[in-house]
Design a protein around this ligand. Structure first.
Ligand code: HPA
Length: 248
């Protein structure tokens, strides 16, 4: 059996890949507990990939309760090298319009009390500090950007992702602060996922889908209906991008 090298972590709005011809599901037990679900192995346009819905197959695991360590460990131990993490985000910067896709290149982490490293505990042989100057894999980012350009999809090919704790959305003042800090996008799952992937040597990049204007960036409240409508538009683009990435 050949080993797939690419994994897609699906976020809100992407709990399944419709065109994925599923070949098998594998339940993984990890030293860190259970992943969000079995790894779904399948073929997309004749290429084997692994799919893992971050919030579970029925979208029941909130961002602060995702077992990020188990998910990343399971992918690494399934022989994966490259990870495309799909994530719904709010748009802060003017160019980050709902329905659009963005490929961020930086992260600021505002999350707290999440299990955020593999490098801890009694078995540790030495203290390890990974480099996170550039938190995302340049090769995976460039592959996504090439696909976006080839397909002529309007997208933002840079940006700083502010990772918040959730599950509530932010206040307008919190978004003002994130903007002053330099964040262009806000989401709840970008960390510690990216750092854990780096710790295990996975090439990891984020394909963000802008689900809404962040708090205080549009008139009125943010509604789940608006988020769902924008995600429909954005996820259709993501599926095109993923299919192109995987087939080329
Ligand atoms: N904030 C944080 N996470 C999100 C948002 C938001 O506005 N939209 C989608 N995920």
């Amino acid at each position: 059996m050949s080993t797939p090298r690419i994994a897609v972590i699906g976020g809100t709005g992407l709990t399944r890949l419709k065109d994925l011809e599923i070949t098998r599901r594998q339940v993984m037990h990890t030293p860190y507990g259970e992943p969000s679900g079995p790894l779904v192995f399948g073929r997309l346009n004749d290429t084997e990939i692994v799919f893992l819905p971050r919030h579970g197959a029925r979208h029941t695991i909130p961002p602060h309760e995702v077992n990020y360590r188990a998910n990343i460990w399971a992918l690494k131990n399934a022989g994966i090298d490259n990870v495309v993490a799909v994530a719904a985000v709010g748009g802060i910067g003017e160019e980050m319009k709902p329905g659009m896709v963005a490929i961020p290149d930086q992260i600021i982490d505002y999350t707290w009390s999440r299990a955020n490293t593999f490098f801890e505990g009694n078995d540790l042989e030495e203290v390890t500090h990974i480099d996170m100057t550039w938190p995302y894999s340049d090769s995976v980012r460039q592959t996504l950007i090439r696909a976006i350009d080839d397909l002529g999809i309007e997208a933002v090919e840079h940006g700083t992702y502010g990772a918040t704790q959730g599950p509530r959305l932010e206040t307008a003042a919190e978004i003002d602060r994130l903007e002053r800090d330099g964040c262009d996008l806000v989401g709840m799952t970008g960390m510690p996922e990216a750092a854990l992937a780096r710790e295990l040597g996975l090439n990891y990049a984020c394909c963000a889908v802008i689900a809404n204007w962040a708090a205080g960036r549009a008139e009125g409240e943010i509604t789940m209906d608006d988020i769902a409508a924008n995600l429909d538009v954005g996820m259709a683009r993501v599926k095109q991008i993923l299919t192109h990435v995987i087939s080329s």
